[in-house]
Write a protein that binds this ligand. Structure first.
Ligand code: GLC
Length: 479
């Protein structure tokens, strides 16, 4: 089977968020399960990427038709851990200095160009993908263009498309002019899309895809409802027979407390006592005092966005001012949320450290040293931090939504519990869950049993890879 992955990010080449982790892992996990399959990956050659570092060599140049004249796409090629990887550049890619632009229209042009160049690439290679697997809005137009082209181009006649949604609210800019400029047809009247979505990359891809997945079963159900569907719920209902939820995996080699060289002390579930030393090192590193009596160390790691409920966490900690917690909060993002964290630290100087930067090493120290990790997300298609936390023995306190609901079992509801869930992302609900967690924390034996259950969970990519393989096979039988 020939499978082509097309995405904006893939670790280690380019990574901004969870999308990069997934696309950097899934193709290789599939290859491990199916060595005979021909699996390839196409990425933009973002200007900050150094193609030479990856051994990339020029392969060819193709032209992409545009109203103002054809645009050249230069294509580079390398092999990474056994899989062919292609990088595409050209003027619209060079127009953005990073992976994403602050200007939605510049971004829309970059990714429309990249999407069409990915199709031109397989045409050039004469290599027919059986499954064309695109991710998020950035490559959704490739799915849309492929479906339109399949009608008249026998080369693509047997190619099936899969579009994976990692984050539904990011749909790409509405740009009727863009479709026109790149010679793409307007949305067909029978697409079922609401009018506002008819020139947006993600909705167009969702209308055209042979199959749609999201990154957890719960999120797949949630996006069919008004609370999570962002106005597409009605349209998605019409496509529900083609919609699946497959939970992401975790790279269990990259994230392993037994081998993590960033840690002061490495440990396993059997040597959980050693974890204390990482907690002490973390307190020293960020300058939190050693508490006189056991005080839960609460962590939070990630992008500071509305989605992640950073404001909820801040308010919940304020509500619990009378409890002896300490907190380390790490991340960058929206200025107002950074400011909220700064204010929290100013109001609780001996108890809160807000570290406003991207810092992979400190993140690892938090996973390995904090007792609890807060994840009060308003929505969470899958989420990675809760899986890492469990693997490192930090107990998640998470909103019962999306992938969080699919990976964390609540201590009140399950004897096989691995964490604490809040029914909604509100300060009160988080404060209540944290209080339950603090009470649990006071009983060392019960607490360690909870940590060990989390550490024993299997979040590896094998299961998801098998689920995708089944779906690919199924897709090929669709007409
Ligand atoms: C997006 C989602 C996150 C998911 C990731 C990878 O970043 O917000 O929930 O884990 O994509 O699929």
């Amino acid at each position: 089977m020939n499978i082509l992955f097309v995405a904006a990010e893939a670790a280690p080449f380019a990574k901004v968020g969870g999308l990069g982790d997934v696309v950097g892992a899934l193709p290789w996990a599939l290859k491990a399960e199916h060595p005979a399959w021909d699996i390839r990956l196409v990425l933009p050659l973002h200007p900050q990427m150094n193609g030479r570092r990856w051994g990339a060599r020029p392969l060819t140049a193709v032209t992409i038709a545009h109203r103002n004249g054809p645009i050249t796409a230069e294509i580079y090629h390398t092999t990474h851990r056994g899989l062919p990887v292609y990088f595409i550049t050209g003027e619209p890619v060079l127009a953005v200095s990073g992976v994403y632009s602050a200007d939605p229209h510049t971004d829309a042009v970059k990714y429309a160009f990249f999407s069409l160049a990915a199709l031109a690439l397989v045409r050039f290679l004469g290599w027919k993908p059986d499954v064309f697997h695109a991710h998020d809005w950035h490559t959704a137009l490739a799915v849309y263009a492929l479906a339109a082209r399949r009608e008249r181009d026998p080369f693509f006649a047997s190619t099936r498309t899969l579009l994976t949604v990692h984050n539904l609210p990011y749909m790409g800019a509405a740009s009727p002019w863009l479709l026109e400029a790149f010679g793409l047809p307007p949305a067909p009247p029978e697409s079922g899309l609401p009018p506002w979505a008819q020139a947006m990359p993600l909705p167009l891809g969702l209308a055209a895809a042979d199959a749609i997945t999201t990154v957890s079963p719960t999120y797949a159900r949630e996006i069919l409802t008004p609370a999570f569907g962002r106005g597409l719920e009605g349209f998605l209902q019409t496509r529900r027979d083609r919609l699946w939820g497959i939970l992401n995996g975790l790279d269990t080699d990259l994230w392993n407390p037994a081998t993590d060289m960033a840690l002061d002390v490495r440990y396993t579930a059997a040597t959980l006592g050693l974890r204390e030393r990482n907690a002490a090192a973390l307190r020293r590193e960020v300058g939190l005092p050693t508490p006189q009596s056991p005080a839960p160390l609460v962590g939070m790691v990630g992008r500071l966005t509305e989605q992640k409920g950073v404001d909820v966490a801040v308010e919940a900690l304020r509500l619990l001012a009378g409890f002896p917690w300490q907190a380390v909060l790490l991340g960058t993002g929206e200025p107002s949320l950074e400011e909220a964290l700064r204010r929290l630290q100013a109001d609780f100087p001996g108890r809160v450290r807000a570290v406003l930067r991207y810092d992979d090493v400190l993140a690892r120290h938090i996973y390995a040293g904090a007792d609890l990790l807060m994840l009060p997300s308003r929505y969470e298609p899958c989420g990675l931090a809760q899986m890492i936390a469990m693997r490192y023995g930090a107990v998640p306190v998470a909103a019962e939504t999306g992938g969080l609901a699919d990976t964390v079992r609540d201590a009140d509801l399950s004897r096989r519990s691995t964490g604490f869930l809040l029914p909604e992302a509100t300060p009160k609900a988080l404060a209540f869950a944290l209080r339950r967690a603090f009470a649990f924390f006071a009983d060392r034996r019960r607490w360690q049993a909870l940590q060990r259950r989390g550490m024993a969970e299997d979040f590896s990519w094998e299961r998801p890879a098998r689920a995708y393989a089944r779906l690919y096979r199924r897709l090929l039988n669709f007409v």
